[in-house]
Design a protein around this ligand. Structure first.
Ligand SMILES: [Zn+2]
Length: 75
């Protein structure tokens, strides 16, 4: 697999963004877990289905436990 090489500064920036995302959006952990089950090198469509009342639907932070649905996997 062709993985781009990141500088230490870029890795730290990505880590900070990931930590921030996990704090504000707990469902990100579930999304990462779902992604880890998919075959490498494939393309998938993943839907995150929030409840109607979830603030995420209006641009806020998620407070529900959204359903994560993998719609399509193409090798
Ligand atoms: Zn939500």
């Amino acid at each position: 697999m062709n993985t781009p090489t990141l500088t230490r500064r870029e890795r730290r920036q990505l880590e900070r963004v990931a930590v921030k995302a996990r704090r504000g959006q707990p469902y990100i952990e579930s999304l990462l877990a779902a992604g880890a089950t998919l075959p490498r090198g494939s393309v998938s469509i993943v839907e995150v289905l929030h409840d109607d009342w979830c603030p995420k639907m209006r641009g806020g932070l998620c407070r529900c436990q959204p359903d994560i649905v993998i719609l399509e996997v193409a090798a």
